[in-house]
Design a binder for this molecule. Structure first.
Ligand code: ADP
Length: 450
């Protein structure tokens, strides 16, 4: 077993800061990298060492040869990839290994398998996980796609075979619309992911998105840390995440835990990961995808379990055995995370940029803020619009919603528009308060909220 001494963080923004904090508490040194526009990033200042990567500012966080060479020069023995960027790049994980650096994450073969949504559905089906009817092979030919869609039966959903983040997705309700929607999905996939292949699966009406956080060591010990309800989405992208799900019956919950942990055990998964499911209104369960990284929404799980997911991830990579049994994980209360995005809800959610002129943060009991903002910080326009996350906790659901309302009302970010006003509307909505929401919730309420 090799104790990690120094970690390079191959990421930026709030997640880089989150990883630095985990390292500090483990008494591990941290090394930050930054692009030319990120020199004022708060994570750059808070890490023990920092190194610039010049040139294209997005490529800076993707250039793994440069990143590995910085890691080697600065004597890092491990790299944490965070989420996005290189986090689900199997070649990068392999390159780390080849250079004698620990990749803090799953094995490359698992990153590869689950990076291919169709292959992962096939693999999960084999180990007894229920999946939605759909294609096993990527499709590029419209006629072939139309034939398959007819066989599955409308409505169907077209998804980018090699994509994510809700991009390249189209719902087709009637056969006559198929070709046009397939073409636009494929074009979007080509634009964002460089590959136009798509796959088709049965569309579930009014589902809830429920995901299970799993954690597995190198010795076959697989546990779950409960579920997160991520049904509050805009255009298939998560906006608010909740743990536990406020309206999930216990039978379905137990079944989800059983399915997810059993599958990860059978597939020999290690590190942390998230198994994502859709539940239809009758609580039928369908696997949709597996994420082999730490997720944006991991704090809500940390909040209700007290388990530091990033620290555990580092320790598992070091070769530590699981330090607790499933029965020792206690779930307490409710937690909600609000993604704070630099975007204008009143102007079609256009990304906004600018300098933070005023930053008054919420605090007090049950409030956590994971953010890279500070007064005077200039948000660069080159990256994702998410600039922070507000996480609240209370013992019961009603109290948690009230806590959220109070914390959101205390939160002032001035200098550019954010989606905080939208969050304030949501927590005042009766359906939200009643825990009544499916993945269509935001789209149907948007007119009222904006
Ligand atoms: P991505 O990797 O782009 O995030 P996912 O497969 O995880 O894509 O799906 C994102 C969201 O899209 C889901 O949470 C859900 O709202 C919607 N979705 C995906 N597949 C289906 C489906 N078969 N039926 C209904 N909604 C779906």
């Amino acid at each position: 077993m090799k104790k990690i001494q120094k970690v390079l963080i191959a990421n930026r923004g709030e997640i880089a800061l989150r990883i630095i904090r985990a390292c500090k508490e483990l008494e591990i040194k941290s090394v930050a990298i930054f692009s030319e526009v990120d020199i004022e990033g708060v994570w750059v200042r808070k890490a023990d060492e920092c190194y610039p990567i010049l040139g294209d500012v997005v490529q800076a966080y993707l250039d793994y040869e440069k990143i590995i060479s910085i890691a080697k020069k600065s004597d890092c023995d491990a790299i944490h990839p965070g989420y996005g960027f290189l986090s689900e790049n199997a070649d990068f994980a392999r390159a780390c290994e080849e250079n004698g650096i620990i990749f803090i994450g799953p094995k490359p073969e698992h990153i590869e398998l689950f990076g291919d949504k169709m292959a992962s559905k096939v693999a999960m089906k084999k180990v007894g996980v229920p999946v939605l009817e759909g294609t096993d092979e990527p499709i590029i030919d419209i006629e072939e796609g139309a034939k398959i869609a007819r066989e599955i039966g409308f409505p169907v959903i077209i998804k980018a075979a090699f994509g994510g983040g809700g991009r390249g997705m189209r719902i087709v309700r009637q056969e006559k619309d198929f070709k046009e929607l397939f073409e636009s999905a494929s074009n979007e996939a080509l634009k964002y992911f460089g590959r136009g292949e798509a796959f088709i699966e049965k569309y579930v009406e009014n589902p809830r998105h429920i995901e299970i956080q799993v954690i597995a060591d190198k010795y076959g010990n697989v546990l779950h840390l409960g579920e997160r309800d991520c049904s509050i989405q805009r255009r298939h992208q998560k906006v608010i995440e909740i743990a536990p799900s406020p309206r999930l019956n216990n039978e379905a919950r137990k079944e989800l835990y059983r399915i997810a942990t059993k599958a990860m055990f059978k597939l020999g998964y290690e590190s942390v990961g998230t198994v994502e499911f859709l539940l239809d209104p009758d609580d039928n369960i369908y696997f949709i995808e597996m994420n082999t990284r730490v997720q944006v929404e991991h704090p809500v799980t940390e909040t209700i379990t007290g388990v530091d997911i990033i620290q555990r991830m580092i320790q598992i990579a070091e070769g530590d055995k699981m330090i607790f049994l499933q029965e020792e994980i206690n779930f307490r209360g409710y937690s909600i995370e609000f993604r704070i995005n630099a975007e204008n809800p009143l102007k079609g959610f256009m990304p906004s940029v600018g300098t933070v002129t005023k930053y008054l943060t919420p605090g007090g009991p049950g409030v956590r803020l994971d953010s890279a903002l500070y007064t005077g910080y200039k948000v660069p326009p080159n990256y994702d619009s998410m600039v922070g996350k507000l996480i609240v906790w209370a013992l019961d659901w009603e109290g948690c919603v009230k806590k959220a309302k109070r914390a959101l009302d205390e939160f002032y970010v001035e200098g550019f528009p954010t989606n905080i006003p939208l969050h304030r509307e949501i927590v005042r909505d009766q359906d939200f308060k009643d825990g009544k929401f499916t993945t269509n919730y935001l789209d149907t309420k948007m007119d009222i909220f904006t």
